[in-house]
Design a protein around this ligand. Structure first.
Ligand code: ADP
Ligand code: MG
Length: 356
């Protein structure tokens, strides 16, 4: 007796679960921008336009010329845990080439916003009939409509009224300026890492920057940070000749010590192509500059580290960018050495800083 009695424990409905979980992936407009931008890059885009209104709190629109989606793709894409990028854990362990793989971004963003996706697959992706465009409207976790539409090849995702149905989270958004600063930093990170993709960002209808997609890293830096910064950059290139320790290569560029800012935000660091933050990398950079920067000043840095695939865990939480290495200290020393060599070569260091 009593085994079939009443319980106060019940299962949450799918929509409630999705909205609660959304907070884990989409913290603010910039997190949605990151997911949409990654999807565009994963789709092989050569051009990605990001346009936001009111720091992304009113709307976010990301347009790409990537491989696009069919109507069936679109319907599948907004469901929970749906992805075209991996099939099982083995795929993940053997090293994913795409930025995404969790299959949760569109579903999650769509559960806390109004989402409109317009897409047309590239002609070579479908056989037979020339492909047409489809528009799917998704709101608060429900598909509202799916209909044919005229649109160019590629995909446009528009997110409006983010967190309209999660007022507590909406309340935690900061000022438009702060939210836009986060968006700007994210788009900048991806623009710098993909100089072969034309990436543009606009805010309230005004263009903030646009890379050409035809240049190298320096051209992207010129477009994003301007001429003064671009002219002060020094190449970093360390491979077999240098003690890169557990790393396969370190490359990129760092600024002349006199070109510095009072914010860490201009330290753009990447591991195997993914934007990350790492105290080991940051300390290695700062140690290389020694006392040349002054208190609380940071250089402009765009640094790409390559590490063996099994030496880094990509399966980190979408919101966490801080990576840890097996041997943080060896990474720190390798970065310090590579940056020092670049600065020394330009006569910008009196001598090597003592190795800590
Ligand atoms: P994930 O990127 O982890 O696979 P998402 O929810 O971000 O999950 O996207 C789901 C799927 O929708 C992707 O796997 C991809 O097939 C498709 N998709 C999303 N955005 C685009 C895009 N901009 N262009 C083409 N396909 C896309
Ligand atoms: Mg994705």
């Amino acid at each position: 007796a009593g085994e079939t009695g009443k319980t106060r424990i019940h299962q949450l409905d799918e929509n409630t679960v999705a909205r609660i979980a959304a907070g884990e992936v989409v913290e603010r407009p910039a997190s949605a921008v990151k997911e949409l931008l990654e999807n565009s890059l994963d789709a092989g885009a050569t051009r990605v336009e990001v346009a936001v209104e009111a720091g992304g709190t009113d709307s976010i629109r990301v347009t790409d010329d990537g491989h696009g989606m069919t109507e069936a793709d679109l319907r599948a894409a907004v469901r929970q845990h749906t992805t075209s990028k991996i099939t099982d854990l083995e795929d993940l362990e053997s090293g994913v080439e795409t930025l995404g793989f969790r299959g949760e971004a569109l579903h999650t963003i769509g559960s806390v916003s109004k989402l409109t996706i317009r897409s047309r697959p590239r002609a070579d992706r479908v056989d037979g009939e020339p492909p047409t465009g489809t528009e799917l409207v998704y709101e608060g976790g429900e598909v509202l409509s799916v209909k044919p539409t005229g649109c160019p090849e590629g995909t446009t995702v528009e997110v409006t009224d983010l967190f309209y149905n999660t007022p507590a989270r909406r309340k935690f958004l900061k000022t438009t300026a702060t939210e836009f600063a986060h968006v700007n930093r994210i788009v900048t990170r991806y623009a710098l890492a993909n100089p072969d993709v034309a990436v543009s960002l606009s805010h309230d209808g005004r263009e903030v920057f646009a890379t050409t997609g035809q240049g190298d890293l320096l051209a992207a830096i010129l477009a994003v940070y301007g001429r003064d910064v671009a002219q002060s950059m020094i190449a970093v290139d360390a491979d077999e000749d240098l003690p890169v320790g557990p790393l396969e290569a370190i490359s990129g560029t760092v600024s002349h010590p006199e070109t510095n800012r009072s914010s860490r935000e201009y330290l753009a660091t990447y591991v195997n192509g993914r934007a990350v933050t790492s105290s080991a990398i940051r300390e290695g950079i700062m140690d290389a500059y020694g006392g040349q920067l002054g208190g609380n000043r940071y250089p402009f840095v765009v640094l790409f580290l390559e590490v063996p695939g099994d030496a880094v865990d990509v399966n980190v939480h979408p919101r966490k960018r801080e990576v840890r290495f097996d041997d943080d200290d060896a990474v720190r020393r390798a970065v310090q050495s590579a940056v020092e060599d670049a600065l020394l070569e330009h006569g910008l260091l009196r001598s090597r800083a003592p190795r800590g």
